[in-house]
Design a protein around this ligand. Structure first.
Ligand code: GRF
Length: 197
């Protein structure tokens, strides 16, 4: 039986599209819900166009009451009954309480070679530090931000003329290859890391 996958996003959802497109044929999983923290997240429309159920829970009315926001998110997720939750550009920090409810079943993609450059502005920071390579990581979500067992990494050489935007674009292309590869393996019950290229 197919594993059920929910995808959480905040933005344009290019990783969501890559994940959803990958889940066909003999893939062990299927997308059952795409959920955002804003009605206007571009990824919601893309998901609807792909025939995937969508939902959103706006974080703003909760005004800093993170647990209450997460309770609402959790309630909607439970309705979709996912086996796996993929964070794909979901820009809300999640509390330990929420993470614990989905631990071992929740993945995230982060645009750096973790443990380097947790947090934001990873591309600018990698260039500034004079890194010769950068990349992206898929990891299991644990209570610490951008921590958790690494399930895959893809490396991208930094070029001398790189700006943060140029580098980000090349890393994003690799994200679109890495995340589907990790999800396929994870959904089949295999947690060995995927290393690209
Ligand atoms: C990606 O760079 C991802 O690594 C980061 O947020 C961005 C999401 O992009 N966590 P998209 O919405 O998937 O296009």
């Amino acid at each position: 039986m197919s594993r059920r996958v929910a995808i959480l996003l905040s933005g344009g959802g290019s990783n969501m599209v890559a994940l959803a497109r990958s889940m066909t044929g003999d893939h062990p999983a299927r997308p059952v819900l795409v959920m955002a923290n804003s009605e206007t997240a571009g990824g919601l429309e893309k998901a609807r166009d792909m025939g995937i159920d969508t939902a959103w829970v706006d974080h703003r009315p909760f005004k800093g009451d993170r647990p209450a926001f997460e309770d609402a998110l959790h309630a909607r997720l439970v309705q979709a009954d996912p086996d796996i939750v993929c964070l794909a550009g979901f820009m809300r920090v999640l509390t330990e309480g929420f993470v614990r409810r989905w631990q071992g079943r929740m993945l995230n993609i982060h645009p750096s070679l973790l443990p380097k450059y947790r947090g934001l502005h990873t591309h600018a920071r990698a260039i500034e530090a004079g890194e010769s390579e950068h990349g992206c990581t898929v990891h299991e979500v644990t209570a610490e931000l951008d921590e958790g067992p690494i399930l895959g990494q893809a490396r991208v050489p930094v070029q001398p003329a790189d700006t943060p935007d140029r580098l980000a674009a090349r890393v994003l292309e690799m994200e679109h290859r890495l995340y589907p590869a990790v999800l396929r393996r994870f959904a089949a019950g295999d947690r060995r890391p995927v290393m690209l290229p």
